[in-house]
Write a protein that binds this ligand. Sequence first.
Ligand code: HEC
Ligand code: HEC
Ligand code: HEC
Ligand code: HEC
Ligand code: HEC
Ligand code: HEC
Length: 373
Amino acid sequence: MRLFLFLGSLFSICLLSALAQARLSGPCSNCHTMHNSQDGAPMATFGGETGPNRALTRGSCLGCHGQNSGSKILDIGGSMIPQVLHTDATDLAGGNFRYILEGNDSNGHNVNELGNNDDTLTVPPGQFHAHGITNTSFSCAGDNGCHGYRSSSFDSFRSLEGAHHANVDGQLLTADTVPNSYRFLYGVKGYENETNSADRWQNVSSSSHNEYFGASTPTDYAADGCGACHSSKFINNVVETLVKPSSQTISGFCTTCHGNFHLLAGIGGNIVSPFIRHPTDISINNHGASSEYAGYTTYNINAPVGRLLVPTSASDVVEPANDTVTCLSCHVAHASAYPDMLRWDYNNMIAETNDPQQKDTGCFICHTTKDAD
Ligand code: HEC
Ligand code: HEC
Ligand code: HEC
Ligand code: HEC
Ligand code: HEC
Ligand code: HEC
């Protein structure tokens, strides 16, 4: 009897902590439709679609997340849906796919769902080996995508199966399932901003932002081999071979498709300057404590750094000895207002500039002595 009670309370503790972690809320009918029919009319109409969708949702990935409204976070009857295609004045941390549709292909990742394939790039620049991911197959999730389990066994909905209802926020240290990985990017560690509920999914200020996981040496293919990007996992009693970055860093994640821009051999074989490509996953004052980089000490959301240990909350302090360069120090993940998906206009990065609009921005946030002092 006592054992039964004990197990019972253990069960409710587990249940409580599981409930505390799952943030998705609201009536089922906010997001699901059982037959895609009410009064004879379709219900899966999010984003102007007609449905039906897998998992009985009222929109596809883009239908729900790209409703092109004036809000970057849409409130549908008490359920909040983060938006990646909208007309709000400011964007969520990943950027806004609208910059591709209203701008240029080079402003971002032209995922298939946008219906606007990249006309210039046919494969991911810097890819380590040829595979099925091309400008015409590239998608949000699963096989040929970024979110969820990535392999040919998983289309976009299957790759996220159950993830929305099990989403974990805050410090993500385990990253061995989709819902406990950073932003459903399988295998990536990080901290999802929960400084306050209004700031979810955003980099708002030096003290309220996501925290990216970094490393002090890029992934070394000579050591990790195919495991640098591939690993296997039991899912529904089947061993699946999935794409997963061995480093579990955000730059390691980009590496899975853009390998040569990050792998140790790709930057020159070691972490000693001069490099052959801009390094990522190295400490900011890798070159020594007296380097120009030592001047970057207050977190700037226009050049986010990576952390060697995933923190429990957002910090406004940069420690150049520990914190690292990441792909997201210069790029966003979805699309930006600037060419090459950069966080700022590279054309304005002019050596020794005295222009108050450009000084201390972009490259100068780390390269503190390359503008006028
Ligand atoms: C705020 C939106 C939202 C609400 C509210 C919601 N769901 Fe879901 N649900 C989703 C999305 C999105 C998916 C598909 C993607 C995934 O599986 O993560 C999903 C998938 C599912 C699945 C299939 C995956 C799994 O977990 O096995 C079931 C079952 C499900 N929902 C049941 C429900 C029920 C029952 C309710 C009401 C109590 C509900 N959902 C409320 C968004 C929602
Ligand atoms: C699943 C594969 C995949 C992953 C992961 C990936 N990319 Fe890409 N990337 C592509 C493909 C395919 C293209 C070329 C087509 C396009 O630009 O839409 C591309 C293009 C780009 C471009 C050039 C955009 C242009 O059109 O000129 C940049 C910059 C970029 N990626 C950065 C990143 C960064 C940063 C990350 C990590 C946050 C990342 N990528 C992760 C597949 C990927
Ligand atoms: C730098 C990252 C990286 C490394 C290293 C790497 N792969 Fe891949 N591989 C990928 C990506 C990304 C895909 C595409 C997966 C998808 O379509 O979802 C892929 C796909 C594959 C596929 C599926 C077939 C296809 O063309 O899509 C095979 C097989 C494969 N890789 C084998 C290997 C082997 C063997 C090695 C070691 C010699 C290796 N890979 C090393 C990134 C990598
Ligand atoms: C029915 C609408 C709906 C559909 C369909 C849907 N999502 Fe979501 N998605 C949501 C909601 C609501 C949330 C916020 C969940 C929360 O509050 O934890 C969310 C959150 C996310 C997040 C952020 C997770 C985080 O770390 O907070 C990602 C990434 C995501 N969805 C990707 C996708 C992809 C990829 C698909 C297609 C396979 C998809 N979603 C389909 C409604 C939807
Ligand atoms: C997040 C910080 C950060 C940002 C932002 C940044 N860099 Fe760097 N950069 C570094 C670090 C760290 C090194 C390597 C220092 C070392 O070890 O010598 C480096 C090295 C370089 C090098 C020299 C490479 C070598 O062989 O030593 C050049 C050139 C460079 N960066 C240009 C740029 C340009 C141009 C931009 C803007 C597009 C930029 N960087 C943005 C941190 C940054
Ligand atoms: C220091 C800033 C900086 C960092 C860090 C950085 N990039 Fe870039 N990236 C640029 C700039 C600037 C360009 C424009 C092309 C150039 O200068 O080579 C660019 C271009 C690209 C392109 C487009 C190439 C093409 O052919 O159109 C891709 C893809 C890309 N970066 C991916 C990545 C990935 C992946 C990482 C991390 C491994 C990364 N970048 C890290 C600044 C950066």
